[in-house]
Write a protein that binds this ligand. Structure first.
Ligand code: SF4
Length: 117
């Protein structure tokens, strides 16, 4: 595996990282960059954000996100599940939208309060 070059996204400093075939990370100013570099090469993860259709609220869509980062390779599958979901008002921040989405062990939760109209 060749050396992988990345920019650490954990803080605004944006260190330029290099990860070699033995998962040695260089270019990081702090330990978070080393952890990020290894994770990004072996199992990249992302928080997925989207919206879900809502019935009975003033607005038609509610913003949602995965409660933790999920494997990047599952993003399209997760988006497909989110696109099929719908909610009924009232909704509160943190309400469960999809439990254990796509078997990741991570829930999709609501990110906005929405009153019933
Ligand atoms: S390695 Fe540390 S200092 Fe550099 S961008 Fe990442 S979190 Fe920030």
């Amino acid at each position: 595996m060749p050396v992988t070059e990345l920019i650490c996204i954990n803080c605004p400093r944006g260190c330029h990282l290099k990860v070699d075939e033995k998962l040695n990370v260089t270019g990081n100013f702090c330990p978070r960059g080393a952890a990020y570099g290894k994770q990004e090469v072996t199992n990249p993860v992302r928080v997925v954000t989207s919206t879900v259709r809502v019935e009975g609220a003033e607005l038609p869509l509610c913003p949602v996100k995965t409660a933790q980062a999920t494997p990047k390779g599952k993003m399209f599958e997760i988006m497909s599940m989110i696109n099929k979901a719908h909610l009924k008002a009232p909704i509160h921040v943190g309400d469960l939208v999809i439990k254990n989405v796509c078997g990741t062990g991570v829930d999709v939760v609501a990110c906005r309060n929405m009153k019933k109209v």
